[in-house]
Design a protein around this ligand. Sequence first.
Ligand code: 3PG
Length: 405
Amino acid sequence: MVKYKTLDDFDVKNKTVLVRVDFNSEIDPQTKRVTSDVRIKAYAESTLKELVKKGAKTVVISHQGRRGDPDYTTLKTHAEMLQNILNYPIKYVDDIFDKKAQTAIQNLQPGEILVLENVRNWEGETKNGSPDQQAKTALVQTLAPLVDLFVSDAFSTAHRSHVSIVGFPAVLPSAAGRIMEHELKSLNKASEKPEHPCVYVMGGSKADDSLEISRYVLDNNIADYILIGGVTAQLFLAAKGIELGKPALNYLTQKELTQYIPGIKALIAQYPQNIKIPMDVAINVYGDRCEISLSELPTEYVIFDIGSKTVEEYAKIIATAKSIVVSGPMGVYENSQFNLGTKGVLTAIANSKAFSLAGGGNTISAIAEYDLTKKISYISTAGGAITEVLMGKKLPGIEVLETAS
Ligand code: 3PG
């Protein structure tokens, strides 16, 4: 377990606190308005509310999108949304660390919040570097002398060695914010020291990620069972030597996924009892769901879901689990004919008493759609960062907190 300081270790009253959050949200490409307030709300209701209550002078720094992408935009709307959520006046400057931002920081009063401009407006932000290198950049050199404490709360960007993530803890007293703390504690329960039996449910189409996570958690005795679904399941079936049929194979080839078959073969050979793959599938016959057993393969139709016998089998294993990680849907769940797998497996997880952790955009949408949000122990809003943790990688934004003063 990572050792880091939290807000409990510092008295923030009348202190200037720089908080690196991750406000990066879905944006309407036409209006450039934020269309999902999930992340902003999470920060508002935890770290930011606490800092206001404790009388800190809070400076918020974040990114939104990447240069050149449609979701790359200013943080003005985010600041307005934060104001509405907290029902509290929020200051905003269209500047990151020039004179305007510096003056606004110096004029902050206890209990006030100031949102700075999208930190990626400064070209230096996304150049990767070590904490010591990033501490020498203009952003850190200018802002650090104006603040007393750095709060690192952007878990979802902690896999980046960007300036605003790793630069400040090298020169300032630093604490993990409440979102960061919650993510790390929950991940620890599922990925470092899970209660056994521990079940990982891997769906979706990111076969490379699923393969790497499966290998790590099996090699390190973290997971006892891996339940495979989604497009990835088709690759596992192919790796077992099952002929899928032309449409499925063409799809896997087109998406350049067949390259992972040798790695999957080796994994199945090493862990034959721990990896569970579908025993039946649902094919799309002119828009209709039709379930077939593996002995009926190959098929001339595309495979769109796992079958109901597989759901039953997976649900039995899930019922025995004490900890569960789920990432990726079991099939084309957006189509109601093919949501049986995703809905069935997620419902089994929701009904279990195990600690359950869910990550990934599609998984979160499906959980919300089936009204299961309250029954999942922890839903992470992080994407790439959580995947890297599940692969056993150390995140630069977390490592730097361990050595901060
Ligand atoms: C995310 O949404 O996953 C984070 O904000 C990271 O964004 P990035 O991939 O643009 O660094």
